[in-house]
Design a protein around this ligand. Sequence first.
Ligand code: AMP
Length: 597
Amino acid sequence: MKTFEELGVAAPILRAIQEMGYESPMPVQEEVIPFLLGEDNDVIALAQTGTGKTAAFGLPILQKIDVNLYQPQALVLCPTRELCLQIADDLNDYSKYIDGLKVLPVYGGSSIESQIKTLKRGVHVVVATPGRLLDLMNRKTVDLGMIKNVILDEADEMLNMGFTESINAILAEVPPARNMLLFSATMPQGIAGITRKYMKNPKEIVIGKKNEGNKNIKHVYYMVQARDKYLALKRIADYYPNIYGIVFCRTRKETQEIADKLIQDGYNADSLHGELSQAQRDYVMQKFRVKNIQLLVATDVAARGLDVDDLTHVINYGLPDETESYTHRSGRTGRAGKTGISISICHVKEKGKIRQIEHIINKQFEKGEMPTGKEICEKQIFNLVDQIEKVKVDEDEIAALLPSIFRKLEWLDKEDIIKRMVSLELNRMIDYYKDADEIQVVDERSERRNRDSGERSSGRRGANAEEGFVRFFLNFGKSDGLYPNQLIELVNKCVPGKVRIGKIDLRDNFSFFEVEDSEANLVMKKMNGYELEGRRLSVEFAQGKKEGGSNRGGGSREYKGSGNRNRSSFGPRSERNKDKPWRRSTSDRPARKKSRY
Ligand code: AMP
């Protein structure tokens, strides 16, 4: 591997990047820097964000600037204002020791007058979003006649955002003798048009395989029922107490709704979408950058250009409409050599899309197992213990208080104090999860089997039912406070008229009951999905099921027979629910302290 010096990077820039901690070049830098330091060289680089591409083009274009010539000599086009500011910031950092070098970010949504004024004073590098630059060109306030290097960053995104015409108009004004570099995470058709028209024998650089996602990213999907999507999101957030990530939603409305719910449920979250004003968006992004927000719920467009390197997770709250957007979303994590997880909470109907994405990123998704309440509580407890171990103690501040604290707690031994400290923070979480339903992770086959078995057995007697009766499964049991009388009451509450009920078989977490053949379809229709005190009844034909276990892989959770994922692992529910047998809410959550940072 070569050093920056061996790649030809000059002393003032070397000094700046060394101060920034760049010890050796990243692969894309090794390829691009020497090439762009030459003349008349065009490059197409397939590289994800986070691969070090800004320095790859930034260092050589800065090095080639003649600071005595007060004319734009390098032009960087990028899709968003945020990316524009980020690139300009990086270029300023790299050129810290080049006296007099001026970089101007030019983007929509801010005063055009002040940009014109700065241009008149003379700048060397223009970093621009296409629309605003074209506006300035039309006003004859920017001259591209001395441009020696043109960079198109995130070219695929610029095309997606409808900038093709503007880019064409801009490139037509740039002198033909110049270097041109096009960066893109993917290679859609439109890019070929630009390269044919404006590039001469471009060198193709592929960092990683074509269209391949970043190797540092693990891709996981959880397939859940639509109604469980939000609960699944909360579980994932709880399972990763130090999560710092973006939750991608498909629409502005959904973005706002999910963010509102998370905030209401005590999570450290906020929203970012196009209906917010620029000032609001800046404010949210700044809060997120400094980690005052753990979960940023965002639309694809609004999150573009938000350059944060150390995201632990990207969560796809449903898969994007455009499968290629997945590469951009997931590319927000696993940056700068760090590892990241891209989680997709999706519906069984999106299975096909997962396969398409796997093809694009050339990597397989892992099928996620939804963490159980018990697992989440354990994770939270160990995170808390970890924090206790690592917390910085301010001896001076605490010294005066310690004698009284010791006096007050002297009757407790070490073990007691530890137990109390941990419980203080975690009781609410434990309370919540011991009462929460486990979320069923579904898969395609089990969905189909469920449907088929439902259809086949409709109107027919269950395997173990009495003659003339149909046997049903119900997802409530003794531990929910359900006893024969209550079950009969429940059936009659849901189904109009008097239903004849046959054998009742109550188990801890579920039950079987029989009704007359003629009533079976009505019972199914009325009872399944019926909401009782915040919890939905799941009623299924019990045909083919063995008592206490299941032969249908993805059926109801109690049928999985896995034991360890069973909610009863939190202790005897019958005791807990004795007073309020039906009171179980899954929507509320223990409030979490706002900032963990
Ligand atoms: P980029 O792909 O340009 O967004 O870069 C991703 C991150 O890698 C940024 O935080 C850069 O500051 C950092 N970076 C770029 N080049 C290097 C390098 N050679 N050594 C260490 N970090 C780097």
